[in-house]
Design a protein around this ligand. Structure first.
Ligand code: SF4
Ligand code: SF4
Length: 366
C-alpha cells in the first residue's frame, strides 16, 4: 500500500493539480452523511482528493464588471480538468486491480434528500474530504482555502476500495483566514450566518466555519435568478434585480417565480448546460470564493472592484451592459415593459405560473 499510496498522491500533481491527499474511513469517522464513501462505492476504504488552481488572471476584470466570459471559461475548464484527472486516476487504479470510482468536481447531486437532486447535495463532500486529508483547510466562509491560491481552486477526487495510507489534516488555526468577512460582504444572497458557526467532526478532530442559511440563497443568486446587492450599488453578473429576502422561508416561492422568468430571457454569450436546466446557466457570482486570497490588501482591492463595478442590465438581443447605479433607473425605464419585467418587479406578489406550480426549482421545460 505504501507504493500505491505514493503513486496515487503523485498522479494528480503530474496531471495538473497543485496538492493531493488521502482520507480514509477512519479519518472521516464521525462526519456527516456526505463523507460516507459507501454512497458511491460499497466497501470503499479511502479516497484520494486533490486541488486544481484557478488562473486568477481573469478574476479582477470579472469582479470589476469588465469581462465576464474569460473567468467563466477558466472556471468551466478547471472543473473539467479536475473531473478529468479523477476519471484518469480511477481508470489507472482499476487497471492495476484496485477498484476505484471518480468524483465529479461539480454538478452531480444525490437523490436521497427531501427534494432529491434539487437540494443540490453532492454524493460525497469533496470539501470535507479535502479538509480531512490536509489538502486545504476551512476559511470562515466555509470555502476551503490554500496558503498560495486562497479559495481560488477546484477540488476533485477518487474513491477506492484500496486501503491507502491517510495524510494528516492541516491545523485550521494556522491558516491565513483572519475572519475579515469580505466573503460575506460580496455575497448578495446572505448565505453565511454572521453569528452562528457549524462544527464538523472528522476522525476525532473538529473543524468550524460560518453556519450557512438555506442553500437556496446561493442557488437563487449564484444561479442568476437575482443579483442586486441590497445596497442597490452593485450586482453580480446577473441582470435580475428581484428581492433577496431576509427570511429563509421566502426563497422557495421566489425561486419558482424567478425561475420561470429566467427561461424567458434572451440567450446570452457563453454559459453552460446544467443538468437541471434547459436554458444555459451563466457564471454570474462565485464572489465569496474568488475574493478570498491570502493577501488581505488584495482581498480589499477585489471587494472594491466589485462594489464600485456597477450593475448589469440585459439588452433584448441578450448582450449585457454595465451601468452605474445612478443611471440604472433611466435604462430600466427605457426598456419595453415586457422586457423589464424579466428582471425587475415584485415577485412576492406575482402569480406562480400554473405549469410550474408544485415543482421544485430549478425547472425543466418539458
Ligand atoms: S474572505 Fe476573509 S473571512 Fe472570508 S474566508 Fe477569506 S479570509 Fe476568511
Ligand atoms: S457563490 Fe455568490 S451567492 Fe453563493 S455564497 Fe458565494 S457569494 Fe453568495
Amino acid at each position: 500500500m505504501e507504493n500505491l499510496t505514493r503513486i496515487v498522491l503523485a498522479y494528480p500533481i503530474l496531471e495538473g493539480a497543485f496538492k493531493s491527499g488521502i482520507a480514509t474511513v477512519d479519518t472521516l469517522a464521525g462526519g456527516p452523511p456526505s463523507v460516507d464513501l459507501a454512497t458511491v462505492m460499497p466497501g470503499a476504504k479511502s479516497a484520494i482528493v486533490f486541488a486544481v488552481a484557478l488562473d486568477q488572471g481573469p478574476i479582477p476584470d470579472y469582479l470589476g464588471k469588465k469581462d465576464r466570459l474569460s473567468y467563466e471559461r477558466e472556471y468551466n475548464k478547471v472543473n473539467s480538468i479536475a473531473s478529468g484527472i479523477g476519471v484518469k486516476l480511477a481508470n489507472n487504479m482499476s487497471q492495476r486491480g484496485f477498484p476505484a470510482v471518480p468524483l465529479a468536481a461539480n454538478d452531480v447531486y444525490r437523490d436521497d434528500t427531501p427534494m432529491g437532486r434539487f437540494d443540490m447535495c453532492p454524493p460525497i463532500s469533496l470539501r470535507y474530504l479535502a479538509v480531512a486529508s490536509g489538502v486545504v483547510s476551512f476559511g470562515w466562509s466555509g470555502n476551503v482555502i490554500d496558503e498560495e491560491h486562497g479559495a481560488c481552486l477546484i477540488l476533485g477526487g477518487v474513491v477506492t476500495s484500496a486501503e491507502l495510507l491517510p495524510t494528516e489534516p492541516l491545523i485550521q488555526e494556522d491558516n491565513y483566514c483572519d475572519e475579515c468577512r469580505i466573503c460575506s460582504g460580496v455575497c448578495a444572497s446572505g448565505l453565511m450566518s454572521p453569528k452562528e458557526m457549524t462544527h464538523v467532526s472528522l476522525g476525532g478532530r473538529t473543524f468550524s466555519y460560518a453556519a450557512r442559511r438555506t442553500y437556496m440563497r446561493c442557488q437563487y443568486v449564484c444561479g442568476g435568478n437575482a443579483g442586486l446587492h441590497r445596497s442597490g450599488k452593485w450586482s453580480t453578473w446577473s441582470p435580475a434585480r428581484f428581492l433577496i429576502p431576509d427570511e429563509d422561508e421566502a426563497f422557495l416561492p421566489l425561486m419558482m417565480a424567478a425561475g420561470s422568468l429566467y427561461g424567458r430571457r434572451p440567450e446570452g454569450e457563453g454559459g453552460r448546460y446544467h443538468s437541471m436546466m434547459d436554458d444555459k446557466l451563466y457564471t454570474t457570482c462565485g464572489n465569496c470564493q474568488i475574493v478570498c486570497v491570502p493577501d488581505k490588501d488584495e482581498r480589499k482591492r477585489r471587494y472594491k472592484l466589485l462594489a464600485e463595478g456597477g450593475v448589469v442590465v440585459q439588452n433584448e438581443d441578450g448582450s449585457l451592459d454595465v451601468v452605474s447605479p445612478e443611471k440604472v433607473e433611466e435604462r430600466l425605464a427605457a426598456m419595453p415593459p415586457e422586457h423589464r419585467a424579466l428582471y425587475d418587479g415584485d415577485l412576492t406578489s406575482s402569480e406562480i405560473p400554473p405549469e410550474i406550480q408544485g415543482q421544485a426549482p430549478p425547472y425543466r421545460k418539458e
